[in-house]
Design a binder for this molecule. Structure first.
Ligand SMILES: [Zn+2]
Length: 89
């Protein structure tokens, strides 16, 4: 019986044959995309590249960047978007 946290179908399973000939199931670590800007796609600086479980263990200030749209947009895109919004009014 696998350990309780491995009793899930959300982790990928690999059947591995050991040098002794015995086969065993290895559980793959979750692959997380790098945090990137939703407008230009550039990698966000100041954001940690971790799994959702690991992010939950961080301080609130380390989870996101402390400006509006901090975790979604990069600084340049936010600057441009705010300019466009101000000009549209
Ligand atoms: Zn951007």
């Amino acid at each position: 019986m696998p350990r309780p946290h491995l009793r899930t179908r959300s982790k990928k399973r690999l059947k591995v044959t050991l040098p002794s000939g015995r086969s065993q199931i290895h559980y793959e670590k979750e692959i997380v995309p790098t945090p990137s800007c939703s407008m230009c796609g550039q990698q966000l600086s100041g954001m940690q590249h971790l799994t959702p479980v690991e992010i939950r263990k961080l301080n609130r200030s380390k989870r996101r960047i402390g400006r509006p749209y901090g975790g979604q947009l990069c600084g340049k895109c936010l600057k441009n978007a705010l300019k466009q919004a101000a000009r549209a009014k």
